[in-house]
Design a protein. Structure first.
Length: 248
């Protein structure tokens, strides 16, 4: 098996990879470290994975950074996560620009400290005309909340007479969720072994291929990413059709 993915035809590669970055706390506890050290090491995995996706020419990488349910965690852990996010937005700017990466953030902005939001906006604006990998960070994101927000937007259009209820299609909804204009994820990766989606991209993953590794997020490597892509390329995506659609 070649160490790179050069043997896989480009048409079989995922355009969009979404990752549920799980197991930071478990990884840290296993090393006898506090949970927040797992988050710190998780940032190194974010950097590594983003650079590898950019190098491989992947179109979009979406990372689940903070769910709308994660606010239940102790305040000191949340404060640390916000600190890491702010630092990331500042420290990664040069690399982001250097690698032609375009940053987007999805999720609700409430609860995000002003200073973090400012740095986020700065990086988004600065990278907005880049044409390489789109790095989409899901922060204070919840799939159900996203659908609530989309339904509200659509209902307002109907209420104001700009849209007839009978004209609402799947495209109306795709255009109203946070990911409007982005392709749906082809490959959904989850680290740390659990088999659930935890309220991530519920609308968008309807036909995503799921790949789960036992490795925790801080130990997720370029090799894991390549394994996931290789496995994805071997899948038979039928979208409800049949394996070989022979003309009748
Ligand atoms: C994932 O790691 C990162 C976030 C949810 C912010 P966790 O913090 O959930 O780590 P585990 O799953 O408890 O090990
Ligand atoms: C999912 O991880 C959210 C993120 C990776 C940001 P959680 O740790 O919140 O998921 P559950 O609670 O195990 O489902
Ligand atoms: Mg977790």
């Amino acid at each position: 098996m070649p160490s790179d993915l050069t043997d896989i035809p480009r048409t079989l590669w995922p355009r969009h990879i979404a990752i549920i970055m799980e197991g930071n706390g478990r990884w840290a506890q296993r090393q006898g470290l506090p949970r927040i050290e797992g988050h710190r090491r998780g940032v190194a995995s974010v950097r590594r994975t983003t650079e590898e996706c950019a190098r491989l020419g992947i179109e979009q990488l979406t990372l689940y950074c903070l769910s709308s349910e994660n606010w239940k965690r102790p305040q000191h852990e949340l404060d640390f996560l916000m600190h890491l996010l702010e630092q990331y937005m500042i420290e990664e700017r040069a690399t982001i620009m250097d690698q032609n990466i375009r940053v987007a953030v999805i999720g609700r902005r409430d609860g995000i400290p002003d200073s973090v939001e400012r740095e986020m906006e700065k990086t988004i604006a600065m990278s907005s005309t880049n044409t390489g990998l789109r790095l989409c960070l899901a922060v204070n994101y919840g799939g159900r909340g996203e659908l609530v927000d989309a339904v509200r937007r659509i209902a307002e259009r109907v209420h104001s007479g700009n849209l007839a209820a009978a004209e609402i299609t799947e495209k109306t909804i795709s255009d109203s969720v946070y990911t409007a204009g982005m392709p749906d994820p082809d490959l959904l990766v989850r680290t740390a072994g659990e088999m659930r989606v935890s309220n991530f991209l519920l609308w968008q993953i309807s036909y995503a291929e799921i790949w789960v590794t036992k490795h925790c997020w801080p130990e997720f490597s370029e090799q894991d990413l390549q394994l996931a892509i290789r496995d994805y390329a071997s899948r038979d995506r039928r979208f409800g059709g049949l394996k070989e659609m022979t003309p009748q």
